[in-house]
Design a protein around this ligand. Structure first.
Ligand SMILES: CCCC/C=C\CC(=O)SCCNC(=O)CCNC(=O)[C@H](O)C(C)(C)COP(=O)(O)OP(=O)(O)OC[C@H]1O[C@@H](n2cnc3c(N)ncnc32)[C@H](O)[C@@H]1OP(=O)(O)O
Length: 280
């Protein structure tokens, strides 16, 4: 339906001209002219790890969609096996202090934008989705995942602690008890387990099927007046957004303290090595 041959697909307005094919182009946005639904595709090879640039481009794309009053947004990945590998560990390993500060502030902004967007949002999770990838998925209103992948907040397994707003997002998605178990274990759910626990809403057989299911979910809102919809959504979500907005600086300082701790640095080094050794 979104294919360039079957339907006119246009990039979203002048605001989104930056998503042309440049080498720093990590996000592609295409809009279905008929439905007004946008597909936002992360395309930072190989694993869509969230570095400063990808985070910033995602935030800009989502804000532009808000300004352009899009009817719905589907977040997905250009990769065949990874939705997003979470935060780019290289941003946190031996970091440049100014960049790592911007990195964290941008991540906070992205989460507040996605979690609080007025349009219906769906994650079409077409690959593994650990840590920050799981956060992005959970921040959408609906999640559709392909089989044989994993999703979860695995931070404790890396020896780090998921920030309070990651925790709140998970608690709001699967409830206190299941979130407590998942977070303390750093558990990565398979697609089937994620469905059982309510971390995802549907399983799709392919990316095309996921997009079709996402369109169907968003289509339900065609008959619902947008303002009451958005107000209802924000009544549920704004408390956690406001909490972060008010404590942004504190949250940043806590992050910087952890990242600059030599023990964290050693842990990240070992984790990076283990990722590389998996290939050998
Ligand atoms: C106080 C701090 C709070 C922090 C809060 C959140 C933390 C995070 O989000 S930390 C990131 C946590 N992410 C993970 O644990 C996922 C790690 N990655 C994987 O498990 C696998 O890569 C994955 C299953 C996603 C995909 O597997 P493959 O398709 O087999 O790919 P490879 O493992 O071969 O990876 C390719 C290439 O990418 C590098 N890589 C992977 N993930 C990351 C990452 N998150 N950051 C940076 N780089 C990453 C991996 O090392 C490979 O690199 P090369 O060997 O140089 O090709």
């Amino acid at each position: 339906m979104y294919s360039r041959t079957m339907l006119k697909v246009r990039t979203l307005s002048n605001n989104l001209k930056m998503y042309g094919s440049t080498s720093s182009n990590f996000v592609n946005v295409s809009v279905n002219d008929k439905s007004g639904v946008a597909i936002v595709t992360m395309q930072r090879e190989p694993v869509n790890s969230l570095n400063l640039e990808l985070i910033t481009q995602l935030k800009t794309a989502l804000s532009d969609l808000e300004r352009n009053k899009c009817r719905g947004m589907i977040l997905t990945s250009a990769s065949k096996s990874v939705f997003s590998a979470g935060l780019d560990i290289m941003e946190m390993y031996k970091p440049n202090q100014e960049r790592v500060r911007n990195f964290w502030l941008s991540l906070q902004d992205l989460w507040m934008t996605l979690y609080g967007c007025s349009y219906p949002s769906v994650a079409a999770i077409n690959g593994h989705s650990p840590a920050g990838g799981c956060l992005l998925s959970m921040s959408c209103e609906y999640r559709i995942m392909l089989p044989n992948f994993t999703i979860g907040l695995n931070e404790t397994k890396l020896g780090i602690i998921a920030p309070s707003w990651f925790v709140a997002t998970m608690k709001n998605t699967i409830g206190f008890r299941k979130a407590e178990m998942a977070l303390t274990l750093g558990f990565l759910f398979t697609t089937e387990e994620a469905l059982k626990v309510g971390l995802i809403d549907e399983v799709a057989s392919s990316k095309e099927d996921a997009i079709a299911k996402a369109d169907k979910f968003i289509g339900q809102f065609a008959k619902i007046p947008p303002q009451p919809r958005t107000i209802s959504k924000l009544m549920l979500r704004s408390k956690d957004i406001e909490t972060l907005r008010k404590t942004k600086e504190q949250d940043l300082q806590a992050f910087l303290q952890v990242v600059n701790d030599p023990k964290t640095q050693k842990g990240l080094e070992l984790y990076l090595e283990s990722l590389k050794q998996r290939k050998a």
